[in-house]
Design a protein around this ligand. Sequence first.
Ligand code: IPE
Ligand code: IPE
Ligand code: MG
Length: 239
Amino acid sequence: MEQGEQELRIPRHVAVILDGNGRWAKEHHLPRKLGHKAGCENLEQIVEDAARLGIEYFTIYGFSTENWKRSEEEVGALMQLFRYYIGRLREVAMANDVRVRMIGERSRFDQDLIDGLNMLEDVTKNNRGMTFVLALNYGSRDEITRGMRRLAKDAAAGTLDPEDVTEETIASYLDTAGMPDPDLMIRTSGEQRLSNYLLWQLAYAELYFTDVYWPDFHREDLIAAIRAYNQRDRRFGGR
Ligand code: IPE
Ligand code: IPE
Ligand code: MG
């Protein structure tokens, strides 16, 4: 911990929309896929930083349900990177006692990738440090739709009484079942929108936007976001 960091109140759950890989690549006169590679390398580092800071849940938006509409070349390059970084993330997770959990609809990926994601969850499931949540082929509306389809089936089958449906019931049908809602949502690269991210779960989150492109978002930027959160949040007596 560096000076002044001891007094930081660390949010329990931080959710990030990593954005700006493409613009970072353009700025460096590189092809887009090298921007994504730099973004994945940065992810490895920041997961470790977040775990060491004592964040309990760290959720990253890696690929949205809308991202399939990008060029075949870009989607293919992203899938190749995911294949490689599943292995890297396994090492980072094991070295930092991090448990990995995926949200989103994994069945659309190729079988080897699905196997890799299942393996990553399985080998890290007994880790007791931070939970790193990877949102892949994730879209909030898709998540809510899938969840409500299951809820309707349970009601039709008679195992769920419609009169008993509460906010907690709805939350329990989402991919994030059992996780606390995010306290802080960070989006990099200057865009100020949610892009179908955690619409239900972000109901009360503080929103923090930075112009920094994702590959350049490092530990000090995460600290700056947490500081801003500490200053804004007065519910628990923050300054
Ligand atoms: C974020 O970077 C990575 C993914 C969405 C997969 P972008 O690829 O969206 O980067 P920009 O927005 O074009 O700069
Ligand atoms: C949001 O970023 C999705 C992810 C970070 C995975 P995008 O760059 O795809 O979002 P839009 O399309 O600009 O809203
Ligand atoms: Mg983008």
